[in-house]
Ligand binder design. Structure first.
Ligand code: BGC
Length: 765
């Protein structure tokens, strides 16, 4: 009723065209009704409560809800702005007392008592820092990922943060891009599973539970496709590829009821994502019927001017609102310009109302009207022993053993001495990785400390940093490092990248170990001592030339607070490594992008006709070497395939079985394989299912991940892994851009990584 009246009054006002804009704008802004919220009873739905509240709000108050401000930048003005109802959300403030004060002003002093959404980038933990998201994907264990997100939510709620800007579910295939560290990796299926696990963890069963917070999936969309791995850069992508690769985790997030979406900084096919009507109103809010809210990225509304898409802030506000942005992060284009745009009939009041309603609904769903403050009762859980144990388990399962020559690992029980060398061995801050606003290095347990604690009574630990940080370029520390190696039986060499070398705006063109770490490795190699290299990094680094110089490689990523104990448990064999790569490791930067689900081309590369550049005869005839899709210098295979990871035990795969080789379109095939632990220690295996549709109305990738199972087997134990193949697993966006399966021939692989050779064919009729 109120809504109807309000609408009528506004239409009336707009009709008075002879009155100048500046004269009647304040009237529009203050146009409101009573502040009687008696209809807003607790037992009605969030939607109904939002509707009745909306009907009481002036335009100025509505616009206030659309504005998110930075707590740091706006500290002095915030109390007044909140009181006047000009702020819907605050980000980047973690002072509990201040947050409580802000919420109190919002609830008790603003006209409608609307609480604030308090946003924060809680990306891989709040105080208990878990491995970076890319590493979490390497666990292939959604239960652990969900648990980690839950812990992050509980720790955040303890200080009053109710909304995280996570999970980031941008599929990333370019390790030059610094934000690959925050991503779930290269595969849309794995990314969907990990995204959903995170959403479940953050949001819990009920958004209003004390330990739940709203998730925000980001960045919508194709941010991971940034040209050349340069952050913020353009994505030029065909619609099918966009839908199948980059949008797929977001579609899964809608199904999982993600509370909010964040737009991305990049442009997609020449239109910035924040002003992209096709994406936001078309696909997200239209086709997928998403009823949550959409926040812009930091100033990404205003940045549409720099993109060359909008001439000024008014045009940017128009684009964002038309496209379907509900809340603007930090820039103020919308709040400043929507009244004029409304007056000029460029936007409709119903568009503003829709945006406000989505925000209010979220606030009701979160229970903020009833419980807006920090949950003090959760404080005891911050950095609790249980939380640290969960971070430890995740770190252990995330690390990937890439090489283990002559089973040099696990370290032998009777090892007399070891050298611990390298800039990452005792770097409590660096092991935490990117996006750890609230993580503290004092809480970190470093590998050096953990190794000493675990082994010092029986093994001499000779520590020498060698290089102060990963980028150090002086050889000052070399002699001590070499001396430590010389007096030890084995060298544990901790290398990698500092945290700041990955993450937002931290792309790299060279992906070797920074500084002179590789020179130090060469010097250590001269001692003749076996070297175990532990790499702590935010992305795949190029290891091609380093592999022959070391006996073993443990890829530890940035493992978080519990890096030290996790690495120690793996090196000593207390825990068997089981992580598998969520991203293909290239041989050289020039090979990027390299990923498992590529196309075959008309001239697929093959081992029979590839000749290394150095072996090409002088003046060889141009076509004598076979014209296939490869590099003369690095070939056509990656250094390590997607899904790869070694173990201290062996898993033997039996023959692949299909219950039938012909499937009706609405039928199913059961594929199975027996996996046996034929080694000597207990281990966790991640069995992966890949399928290729051999011919289609459009071409299909050479292999696509379609499922995986992870389980633990004792020595001698077997299990039969079953995968159900249904039409849904075979579906793709066909020539008419419809998601459906096509009849035809398929190949199916089940194995321990994406290059497994064990396959069978089947037919779908
Ligand atoms: C990032 C977002 C982040 C936001 C708020 C932006 O620069 O792209 O991922 O959530 O800042 O901190």
């Amino acid at each position: 009723m109120f809504k109807y009246k309000t609408a009528l009054s506004i239409i009336g006002l707009l009709a008075i065209s002879c009155i100048s804009f500046s004269f009647y704008l304040p009237n529009i802004l203050e146009q409101g009704v009573s502040n009687d919220a008696s209809t807003n009873a607790l037992d009605t739905s969030p939607e109904a409560r939002a509707d009745s509240l909306l009907a009481l709000m002036t335009l100025r108050e509505k616009l206030g809800q659309l504005q998110q401000l930075d707590g740091g930048l706006s500290k002095n003005d915030l109390p007044t702005l909140i009181k006047e109802g000009k702020v819907g959300s605050v980000l980047n403030e973690v002072d509990t007392d201040l947050l409580e004060k802000y919420q109190r002003i919002a609830l008790e002093e603003s006209r409608h008592g609307i609480p604030l959404l308090i946003g924060r980038d809680v990306v891989h933990g709040f105080r208990t820092i878990f491995p970076i998201p890319l590493a979490q994907s390497a666990t292939w264990n959604p239960r652990l990922v969900e648990e980690g997100a839950r812990i992050a939510a509980v720790e955040s709620k303890a200080v009053g943060i109710n909304w995280t800007f996570a999970p980031m579910i941008d599929v990333a295939r370019d390790p030059r891009w610094g934000r690959i560290a925050e991503s779930p990796g290269e595969d849309p299926y794995l990314a969907s599973i990990m995204g959903v696990a995170n959403i479940r963890g953050f949001q819990g069963k009920n958004l209003s539970d004390s330990g739940s917070m709203a998730a925000c999936v980001k960045h919508f969309a194709a941010y991971g496709m940034s040209e050349g791995g340069r952050d913020y850069n353009s994505a030029n992508v065909g619609e099918r590829h966009l839908r199948e690769v980059y949008l797929r985790p977001f579609a899964a997030a809608v199904e999982a009821d993600a509370a909010s979406f964040m737009t991305s900084f990049n442009e997609i096919n020449d239109v910035p994502a924040t002003g992209n009507e096709f994406l936001l109103r078309g696909i997200l809010k239209g086709e997928w019927n998403y009823d949550g809210m959409v926040v812009s990225d930091w100033e990404s509304v205003k940045e549409m001017i720099a993109h060359g898409y909008c001439a000024d802030e008014k045009a940017a506000a128009l684009s964002a609102m038309r496209a379907g942005v509900d809340m603007e992060m930090t820039s103020t284009c919308m709040v400043d310009n929507l009244p004029a745009l409304l007056t000029e009939k460029k936007i409709k009041l119903s568009q503003i109302d829709d945006a406000v309603k989505r925000i209010l609904v979220l606030k009701y769903r979160l229970g903020l009207f009833e419980n807006p403050y920090q949950r003090r009762e959760l404080q005891a859980q911050v950095l609790s022993e249980d939380n640290l144990k969960a971070a430890l388990r995740t770190a252990e399962q995330s690390m990937v053993l890439l090489k283990n020559e002559n089973a040099i690992l696990p370290l032998k029980d009777d090892l007399k001495s070891m050298a611990v060398i390298g800039p990452m061995a005792d770097a409590p801050y660096e092991q935490l990785g990117t996006w750890i606003f609230d993580g503290k290095e004092k809480d970190s347990v470093t590998p050096l400390n953990a190794l000493k604690k675990a082994l010092a009574d029986k093994t001499e630990v000779n520590y020498a940093q060698g290089l102060k940080i990963s980028r150090t370029k002086t050889r000052e520390g070399f002699p001590a490092a070499i001396a430590a190696a010389e007096k030890s039986d084995i060298v544990l060499f901790f290398v990698g990248e500092e945290a700041i070398l990955s993450g937002e705006a931290h792309s790299r063109a060279h992906l070797n170990l920074p500084g002179i770490q590789e020179e130090l490795l060469a010097e250590l190699g001269k001692t003749g001592k076996p070297i175990v290299m532990i790499v702590m990094a935010g992305r795949p680094l190029i290891l091609t030339d380093l592999l022959p110089q070391v006996s073993a490689v443990l890829y530890a990523w940035h493992p978080g607070t519990m890096a030290g104990p996790a690495i120690t448990n793996l090196l000593t064999g207390k825990v068997n490594p089981s992580g598998k790569l969520p991203v293909t490791f290239p041989r050289a930067v020039g090979q990027i992008p390299v990923y498992h689900a590529h196309k075959n081309t008309g001239r697929p590369a093959n081992a029979d006709n590839w000749v290394h550049i150095d072996d090409i005869p002088v003046k060889a005839w141009q076509t004598s070497l076979g014209n296939t899709s490869h590099y003369l210098d690095v070939g056509f295979t990656p250094l390590f395939p997607f899904g790869f990871g070694l173990s201290y035990t062996d898993f033997t795969y039996g023959d692949l079985q299909l219950d039938q080789t012909k499937m009706q379109k609405n039928g199913r095939i059961i594929a199975s394989v027996k996996v046996t632990n034929t080694g000597e220690v207990i281990g966790r295996e991640i069995v992966q299912l890949y399928i290729r549709d051999k011919f289609g109305s459009v071409t299909r990738p050479v292999r696509e991940l379609k499922g995986f199972e992870e389980f633990t087997l004792k020595p001698g134990e077997s299990t039969t892994v079953l995968f159900e193949i249904t039409e849904e697993k075979l579906a793709f966006f066909n020539a008419d851009m419809k998601l459906s399966a096509e009849a035809g021939e398929f190949t199916l692989w089940i194995g321990g990584h994406a290059a497994t050779s064990s396959s069978v064919d089947f037919v779908c009729e």
